[in-house]
Design a protein around this ligand. Sequence first.
Ligand SMILES: [Zn+2]
Length: 615
Amino acid sequence: MESLTDLQRNLLDYRRNLYKPTPVQTVVEWSEANLRLTARQTEHPGPFSTSVRPYTREPMECWKDTSVSEVTLCWGSQTSKTTTLMAGLAWLIANEPSPALWLMPTENLARSFSKSRWLPMLEDSPAMLECFPAEADKITNLEQNFTRSTLTFVGSNSPANLASRPVRVLIADEVDKFAEATAKEADALDLAEQRLKSFSSSKAFMTSTPTVVEGRIWQRFLRGDQRRFYLPCPHCREYIRLEWRQVTWEDHKTEDGKHDLSKIRASAHYVCQLCQGKITDAHKVAALRHGRWIPENPGALPGVRSYHLSSLYSPDRKCTWGHLAVSFIEAKQSMGGLQGFINGNLAEPWEQQDVQQERPETSVEVKLDGGRRYLTADVQAVAPFLWWVCREWKDGNSTLIAAGHADDFAALRRVQIALEVHDMDVGIDSGFNTQAVYDACGAYSTITSNPITYPCGLRYPPEGGLRKPMIIGWLPLKGRETGARFTAQSGTVHPFGLSTSSSMRTDVVQPLLVFDTEHLRDMLSRLRKGDIDREWGVCPTPPVLEAEGAYLANQELYWRHLDSHQLRPVANRAGRIKHVWTKRNQKWPDHLHDCEIMQLAMVMLWNDLVQASET
Ligand SMILES: [Zn+2]
């Protein structure tokens, strides 16, 4: 073979250089070199960095990885999932310009996110300024025409704005908060995914903290390859997954019997599930650097990645073992319950219990000293005409005195007197035979010309002035389905409120207590399960009832009524699923259950079931 001339050699070198791969930055390397977060964005301004959150690295590389088509981040709060998406999208705009769509729960949220977080990050990062067009009006909060790519922000509540223009990349953020599809409007996520179909190299990124098992994000997570993050234990060096049940603390109590939160915060730590070694917050942050994602669903379709990450992994100061322990205790005691903690911090869906396998409350005998008794009754069309429950309350704890049925209102009156219940502590359901209930309530009432302010803050009449005398005594009640909320003068929102009965009497006005049935069903269920920090049980010694025309129900019948409703998943027309309380079957009796719900409305009106303290 002839030796090459200098010219030929130079040419060859030139061509080799042409085809030599240039050193390629990963998405993380590019982002760390080019993106800046200023004080407008974060408490820790400076170059974008993954060093304290190494778990964001692998998901970020999915932006570039051509084998990945779908990425689901089912992550807890304080895990930086949105910042991770922002960095990936900035990489895309600068390196692989493509039409993109960012879908958020509402348009307002999208606008404010774009204005306060997204655009400031681009403006503060010099490398991104090259992507901005000369004409300033090409970049608005919702429509951004960069030099070589476009980005549109849309709210799931305005799917009409999802024009037919195709996109290569879809980001759907907080998908479990997206608006439900209606008969008129299709599901926004479905519409958005339709728009990806024109690109064979399309990518979809979905994130959310989960809600229920049937929710969007959990279903997406299950469909993907289910990656979870494993860390080396600093003691046994084995790779472990952080799990809430391994977080432990000493449950100190203060002198008045409350949890001593500062001591709990200080003592909380993680116990390695393999070697029982104590893992501190500092250990965690160090171990994160050596963590790795491991897929656990070999059955996933190729390219469909899903990542689960609880807030236990977050290096944020709100996610130390101590802070999480205190959040857990506070959530358990609050009326909102544990669902927020399980969804938000553990990133797990809320699983509803079905039929109670064991009934802890049957054995719960609650003794009260000097409580207040309430009598509530449910009116029927056929005999027995009235079902009633009498329960005594003190400081939110309560005990069932007696439950049963009665032939008529006069017999119920005898029950009231026998059980020593005040007129104003009797509540009757007015949903059926309404006028008869109003009349009976009027018969056991007194007339007054003074407005009344209940201890919960509600006033009657609500508007203040009293134009006619009012009658006050036995109180008619009416349940409303889902979503009824009532705001008191003070601004406090209650699941119940006061309105005026539509009694045919014209000489007086009569208050009507309305309540949100679903909300109170949830509360009753949580009181029974012990999820609310109050005792709810039965009286150790039921009374002998001497009231003509009235009868006691035995315990078995009482509990059968109480178990009449269960939470069931129900699909709407668009196939989305919600949990709603439903009767086990049409014939299952539920009157005493309804009486117990009315007890809660009455007791809250009189502030005898005060909200558990948040501290
Ligand atoms: Zn260990």
